[in-house]
Ligand binder design. Structure first.
Ligand SMILES: O=C(O)Cc1cc(O)ccc1O
Ligand SMILES: [Fe+2]
Length: 482
């Protein structure tokens, strides 16, 4: 064992408040915390600068096509392998799933909605606060996804988490996440997202205490920027707005330091006596990164009809079928609504894809109430859904006079997948599950009439004038975002 040392070297990242980042998506990045630490001209010299060990982390098979190949070279004080054997973590919490089947989850075509889960009072870090809501497929077979949520109130202490199963896309909803990774530090606030690819070790500090958020985990593939098609060369999420850490390392002696490894949905621990954040320099294109959703440049209809939500795709994890996503991350950001003689909220629909939604802040355009920041909904494959009764009535009451209108103070998102999710029992039985969700549509009444063959939306609007629920409608118009 080494003698005790307490020296953290950080030449460029002075304090967490002014973290510096590299920018770009899929670049070949490089960073060194000490000058000259990065070997030149080769990846694995006989002796690396400063006596560092060279270690490669591969995010794709060695032989993946060049345009998909992801790997990085890390130059570290001790290699990752320097630890005691992995043992099952005790106590076993058993609320993480990475291979979905009848033993751990069930299917339902019912529309599901959850209220925001309360952050516990008892000390809970990110690992203990993480639980799977739904998912499908298998991390063993490298195909599928899991959707988790977390509630936590304390920083991880003397331990790092490593997910061997897949990539995490983390959407904090409450409380900042200060994430230390092997490539350096990321400071992520609600309204930003972080991607922690498969295999990277990371530790999450919670500077704000109580924290809550959503996590999509994908098995067997990585996130890409969506093609822009006829939109052109610019728009949606710009590559330069993705931020990647700069090298940061600590060389402290850390007795009892624990690596918690998620492997096949189970947690294992291994002891070592040093920090895994001992990478002095690195280069490559397999990296953790973050993105500020307020930087997104939305495109949408400028004349009629409501665009399909794919127009707001931030990142996509593809399947082998062109245009069919294992998991799309789609947002519903502040934007102008200008469509003429159009029902502006999301249309009623059934989708061959499955839709999990969350709300980071504000309200959501299709739901007047009941879908709250920190809450969630799941509309699985071909399960009908759409605006609730109040939103429908208020939209019709507003009628054609609606001019350009800006939706503000809102950030909802959707994880959309071609694979049908199974739902975990603790999510179905949760006290935060809303058993009355279906009632938000039950009030939708028939406006059908043979005389109304040429009805315009204004005629529908007039139906409400003087009707018994006029007061409600007027109240809703003032409340609604549309
Ligand atoms: O169901 C939802 O609320 C998500 C959604 C939004 C939208 O604008 C169009 C289709 C869609 O599934
Ligand atoms: Fe939908």
């Amino acid at each position: 064992m080494e003698k005790e040392q307490h020296r953290s070297i950080n030449t460029t990242n002075g304090s967490l408040d002014d973290l510096k980042y590299q920018s770009g998506f899929g670049n070949s990045f490089s960073s060194e915390a000490l000058p000259g630490a990065l070997p030149q001209g080769q990846n694995s010299p006989l002796v690396c600068p400063y006596g560092l060990y060279a270690e490669q982390i591969s995010g794709t098979s060695f032989t993946s096509p060049r345009k998909l190949n992801e790997r990085s070279w890390l130059y570290r004080i001790k290699p990752s392998v320097t630890h005691e054997p992995f043992k099952p973590r005790v106590p076993v919490r058993g609320k993480l799933v990475s291979e979905f089947d009848k033993s751990n989850s069930s299917t339902t075509p019912t529309q599901l909605r959850w209220k925001p889960v309360t952050v516990p009072d008892s000390p809970t870090d990110f690992i203990d606060g993480l639980y799977t809501v739904c998912g499908t497929g298998s991390s063993f077979l490298r195909h599928g996804y899991a959707i988790h949520m977390y509630t936590a109130n304390k920083s991880m202490d003397n331990c790092a988490f490593c997910n061997a199963d897949g990539d995490f896309l983390i959407v904090p909803q409450q409380g900042r996440l200060w994430i230390t990774t092997e490539c350096g530090k990321l400071q992520v606030s609600p309204g930003e997202i972080a991607i922690l690819p498969q295999g990277f070790r990371f530790a999450i500090d919670l500077p704000d205490g109580p924290s809550r958020g959503y996590v999509a985990e994908i098995f067997g593939t990585h996130f890409q920027l969506p093609d822009l098609g006829p939109i052109g060369a610019n728009g949606l999420a710009a590559p330069r707005d993705f931020l990647v850490p700069i090298a940061w390392f600590e060389e402290d002696y850390k007795p009892g330091y624990t690596i918690v490894q998620k492997f096949g949905g189970e947690l294992f621990t291994a002891r070592q006596d040093f920090s895994p954040f001992n990478v002095v320099a690195w280069h490559g294109n397999y990296v953790p990164y973050k993105y500020d959703l307020s930087k997104f440049c939305p495109y949408n209809t400028v004349l009629v009809d409501h665009s399909d939500p794919s127009i707001n795709t931030v990142l996509t994890a593809p399947t082998d079928k062109p245009g069919v996503a294992l998991l799309d991350f789609v947002i519903f950001p502040p934007r102008w609504l200008v469509a003429e003689h159009t029902f502006r909220p999301p249309y009623y629909h059934r989708n061959c894809m499955s839709e999990f939604m969350g709300l980071i802040y504000g309200g959501y355009e299709a739901k007047s109430d009941g879908f709250l920041p920190g809450g969630a909904s799941l509309h699985s494959c071909m399960t009908p859904h759409g605006p609730d009764t109040k939103t429908y009535e208020a939209t019709i009451a507003r009628g054609n006079e609606a001019g350009p209108h800006k939706i503000t103070d809102t950030m909802a998102f959707m994880f959309e997948s071609c694979l049908m999710p199974r739902v975990c029992p603790w999510a179905l039985e949760s006290p935060f599950m809303d058993p009355d969700y279906y009632k938000c549509w039950i009030g939708l009444r028939s406006h059908f009439s043979y005389e109304g063959m040429n009805a315009k939306s204004n005629d529908l609007k007039n139906e409400h004038d003087g009707s018994a629920d006029r007061a409600t409608v007027v109240e809703l118009i003032s409340k609604t975002m549309l």
